[in-house]
Design a protein around this ligand. Structure first.
Ligand SMILES: [Zn+2]
Length: 457
């Protein structure tokens, strides 16, 4: 009789259970939308999160094709890398420990002029995609050349991207004239706008490498086509000097504001030297800011006042910047730790910023800066299923007194064991499922020889 009753209950449960594609169960779920859930579950269907809550409530309600038992692990929203140049993985470590101008003019610009073509960005993006998937990045914001090819590779890897094609006042590897750059942009935006994973964007290089007239043209074209704008702003003191010389002593962000350039569709990278007035303007206009602490340290650019920015309500995210001489990896876990430690040193105060705050910046903060907060950045019902599972059972993260501290200060990108974007599993059981990683690594070695030879000519 008892057996029969149990059977009847089982039938009743499975009859009422809803189907899901993936159920992650028994994890510490950091939703970033409320308190953490100690033994929690996340159910995913058709690329979206359909339920988040305590495992004892969620698990009986869903029957999933794939069940991931995540005891001892943390589930967090996927990391949003708000500023990088992914194909530059192929230049990783090419010329470190140099002044910015020496690095740019004697190494990066010649190496790019001689090597960057569609094949280069294809393989560089594949290598970067494997690295990002392994370290838990689910969305990245890119500025480079041949961005339509980068978009194709990003989509094939299953990653989400806000991808800006570079516009600059000198011949670029992809387009030799300004008119060609504008034509490229029109076609690029037309091809990708509305894509599920890819947001095409304009990427004017910086206020000192693109003229006022061209910046105004980009501003109106971006509004016309409904595409965001990504730009390096206020990165170094040298930039401040150059902009001041040309623009009546103005600082870069104030100058951009004076020509009507800033808006909620603009993301500025760095903002190291933003003045208090500029911080207020950037906050009021809902301009996104990408803070890249390792790049700023590596190139000795300075320390961005992010505690002041947060207090002012700036939409702030974290970025790695490119991996050639200004980082040199795409590891967002490491970047969070660097951001926290740098602020503590600068402020002379270990309370300046917390691990929880860094997790917020690297997830929903970045999503907000990129204008994607309605889709990603938190683990909530209705959002797209972009999330990562972090193993906290390794020696380096045990014991766990605080899960946020374990992730930000003790873990690293390699603690990520599962990466999911838009409901698709990209990393599982130590294997990247959407990129041929061995082929990308082999190609990187080939490119090393080619790049070194090209620089000798
Ligand atoms: Zn950059």
């Amino acid at each position: 009789m008892l057996k029969r009753l149990a059977f009847v209950i089982l039938i009743a449960t499975s009859a009422t259970a809803q189907s899901a594609d993936i159920l992650i169960t028994n994890a510490t779920v950091i939703t970033m939308a409320g308190p953490n859930i100690e033994r929690g579950s996340v159910a995913i269907k058709d690329g979206a999160i359909i339920a988040v809550g305590p495992s004892n409530e969620i698990d009986p309600r869903y029957r999933a094709k794939t069940v991931i038992k995540a005891g001892g692990m943390a589930v967090v929203p996927g990391f949003v890398n708000t500023h990088t140049h992914v194909p530059m993985t192929l230049f990783r470590g090419i010329a470190d420990d140099r002044d910015l101008m020496d690095w740019l003019t004697n190494y990066i610009f010649p190496a790019e002029a001689k090597n960057v073509d569609r094949d280069f960005v294809k393989w560089g993006t594949r290598l970067a995609a494997a690295e990002m998937i392994r370290s838990g990045t689910t969305t990245f914001c890119d500025m480079y050349y041949f961005e339509s090819d980068i978009a194709r590779e990003t989509k094939a890897a299953g990653l989400r991207g806000v991808l800006g094609n570079t516009l600059i006042d000198f011949p670029a590897p992809d387009n030799k004239t300004w008119d060609a750059m504008i034509d490229y942009m029109r076609n690029y935006v037309r091809e990708w706008k509305g894509d599920r994973l890819i947001t095409p964007a304009f990427a004017p290089h910086a206020p000192f490498t693109v003229s006022t007239e061209h910046l105004k043209q980009i501003r109106s074209l971006a509004t016309e086509l409904g595409a965001p704008i990504l730009i390096h702003v206020s990165e170094t003191k040298d930039e401040l000097r150059q902009v001041a010389e040309k623009q009546n002593g103005m600082t870069p962000a104030a100058y951009l504001d004076s020509i009507g350039f800033l808006g909620d569709d603009v993301v500025i990278a760095h903002g190291v030297w933003l003045t208090p007035d500029e911080i207020r303007t950037v906050a009021a206009k809902k301009v996104g800011v990408a803070h890249c602490p390792e790049s700023n340290m590596m190139l000795a650019s300075g320390v961005a006042p992010i505690v002041d920015m947060i207090r002012a309500g700036v939409e702030l995210g974290i970025g790695t910047d490119g991996p050639a001489g200004s980082n040199n990896n795409l590891d967002m876990v490491e970047e969070m730790a660097s951001a926290a430690r740098l602020q503590k040193v600068m402020k002379g105060d270990p309370k300046a910023i917390s691990a929880r705050e860094l997790l917020r910046l690297a997830t929903i903060g970045g999503a907000t800066a990129l204008g994607l907060a309605d889709k990603i950045g938190t683990l909530e019902r209705g959002k797209r299923a972009d999330l990562v599972i972090i193993d906290l059972q390794q020696a380096k993260t045990q014991p766990v007194y605080s899960v946020e501290s374990a992730i930000v200060y003790a873990a690293s990108g390699s603690s990520v064991v599962t990466t999911i974007v838009d409901g698709k599993i990209l990393l599982r059981h130590g294997k990247v499922l959407t990129v041929d990683e061995p082929a990308a690594i082999a190609k990187a070695k080939e490119y090393r020889e080619r790049v070194l030879t090209s620089l000798k000519k």
